[in-house]
Ligand binder design. Structure first.
Ligand code: XMP
Length: 519
């Protein structure tokens, strides 16, 4: 591994929603990146020893009072800089160019014109090609020493570069898919202008994390709770690769899992990793605790509370056997950025903030995914040989099927919902729709009955709801327009194969106003 592999490209966040996306695109060009707030001083930026700096877009006009500016000293550090949108204008201004309100705003798809020379950023790209713009002000004069490499109707200087000083910038958003050559332009800045080597690869991530985990854990022992989801599965697999059977995983079967999930963990995941696994069968305990409960919030509280109790007991049992000092968690980079915690955030604390945990249950956290985005986590999982069923799994809520039964949770209702859910998942997979939908909860309206006719008899069964949604991040979502044939197959199979269900309905509500889950 080369000594530059840990040094980041820093994406300075000027308050646009695009900073994390830019950081991901930098990594797609195989260069490690981190996001820093625009309030970071030049000194703080240099402390991170950056390979290059990307100034992101932002919502303000550079002329607005209090608009974030770029400290001109940044350009005297010798670090290559790339400005995007607002960052491009702030850069132009800091280096002595002009930014003006030209009166021609550009929002959305815009044609970019590339002059014959095109420079390092745009050479040999189509003379005219679409880009995504979002600006009112425009750079009207590039700073001294810069060449203009693209223009548009509303932006006389739509891109500039000074390859000597390793500075460049674009008015448009190269990070979004609507700029089809954007990734190539970003790559050219990183590789050709800044001279960075593409060395952030999945195998380098694995090597580096394994080395770090070994350093942190030494000859200690670690525990990891597996949920069946991607993050904990990949985190545990990395730690297992680093410390072998000094890691023990705990999987709690709360009885609210979907069909086949326990087997996926106990059989497929263990076969792929050789991980040491303890399954706690707590199905009875959860059913008993949930008996008679219909209120969604109360269900969630009970499931959360029981889960912590069961997991803590498993921790105590393990601690009685050996010196388990470390707890593995699948925290991802977006959580770190959003909670404002940089690399220096405290890493010794109890594992859940429930308060009142006895001292003997204190752990040091191991968070091997702390620097990674979700797509990187999936690639690491694949690199480590984990089954596709786990690596590509769609989101599934912690409280499981417990919050997809509207009404009291009972064993019979769980069995009914599990069957219906398995059919829906199977048909969606067969139709090749797994990647295009975010998730498709199946909800059992256990307290509702409707009349039906099956065979020669009248039935009085329950409806299930299909809730297919498309989303980027689960904060907002739209209902997915599934092909009618697929809906038909799911409906026919569920009503034929699941005795208690005589009606299948489709939820066509976006989020907001609806949430994705029904409870
Ligand atoms: P809502 O229903 O709030 O769900 O639109 C947004 C996303 O979060 C998932 N979800 C949960 N995930 N524990 C989880 O780990 C939970 O308690 C929980 N509740 C909802 C939901 O499946 C969707 O992806």
């Amino acid at each position: 591994m080369s000594d530059t592999s840990n040094r980041p490209v820093l994406v300075v966040d000027f308050g646009a929603q695009y900073a994390q996306l830019i950081a991901r695109r930098v990594r797609e060009a195989q260069v490690y990146s981190e996001v820093v707030p625009h309030t970071a001083s030049v000194g703080e930026i240099l402390d991170k020893n950056p390979l290059a700096i990307v100034l992101s877009g932002g919502p303000s006009s550079v002329y607005e009072e209090g608009a974030p500016q770029v400290d001109p000293k940044l350009f005297e550090t010798g670090v290559p800089v790339f400005g995007i949108c607002y960052g491009f204008q702030a850069m132009a201004r800091a280096l002595g160019g002009s930014v003006e309100q030209t009166g021609t705003r550009e929002y959305g798809r815009t044609d970019l014109s590339v002059p014959a020379e095109g420079g390092a950023l745009h050479q040999e790209l189509p003379v005219s090609h679409p880009v995504w713009m979002s600006h009112g002000d425009a750079v009207t004069k590039a700073p001294e020493g810069f060449t203009v490499t693209a223009t548009s109707e509303g932006a006389p200087v739509a891109a500039f570069e000074d390859t000597q000083r390793r500075f460049a910038g674009v008015q448009y958003h190269p990070e979004v898919h609507h700029s089809p050559h954007g990734q190539e332009v970003l790559r050219r800045f990183l590789h050709d202008i800044a001279g960075l080597r593409p060395q952030w690869t999945t195998s380098s991530i694995v090597d580096e994390q394994v080395a770090r985990i070994r350093e942190q854990i030494g000859d200690g022992k670690a525990i990891c709770g597996l949920s069946g989801g991607v993050d904990s599965a990949v985190a545990a697999a990395l730690v297992q690769k680093a410390i072998g059977d000094r890691l023990t995983c705990v999987f709690v079967d709360h009885g609210l899992l979907r069909a086949g999930e326990r087997a996926q963990v106990e059989r497929d995941y263990v076969a792929a990793t050789g991980i040491k696994l303890v399954t706690v069968d707590a199905r009875e305990r959860f059913l008993t605790a949930l008996a008679g409960v219909t209120d969604p919030e109360q269900k969630r509280k009970i499931i959360g509370r029981e889960f912590i109790r069961v997991f803590e007991q498993a921790e105590r049992d393990l601690k009685a056997e050996g010196d388990y000092r470390f707890l593995v968690q699948g925290t991802l980079y977006p959580d770190v950025v959003e909670s404002g915690g940089g690399a220096g955030a405290a890493n010794i604390k109890s594992h859940h903030n429930v308060g009142g945990l006895p001292d003997d249950l204190q752990f040091e956290l191991v968070e091997p995914l702390r620097a990674l985005f979700k797509d990187e986590v999936r690639r690491v999982g694949t690199e480590l040989g984990l089954p596709e069923t786990i690596v590509q799994r769609q989101p599934f809520p912690g409280p499981g099927l417990g919050i997809r039964i509207i009404g009291e949770v009972t064993q019979e209702r769980l069995d009914t919902l599990r069957q219906a859910d398995a059919i829906a998942r199977e048909e969606l997979t067969l139709a090749g729709l797994d990647r295009s939908i975010w998730q498709c909860p199946v909800v059992l309206l256990a307290d509702v009955r409707s009349v039906g006719v099956q065979g020669d008899g009248r039935t009085y069964g329950h409806p299930v709801v299909l809730r297919p949604v498309s989303s980027e991040d689960a904060m907002t979502a739209d209902w997915t327009r599934l092909p009618y044939e697929v809906l038909e197959r799911i409906s026919t199979r569920i009503t034929n194969e699941v005795a208690e269900v005589n009606r299948v309905v489709l939820d066509v509500t976006s989020k907001p106003p609806g949430t994705i889950e029904w409870e």
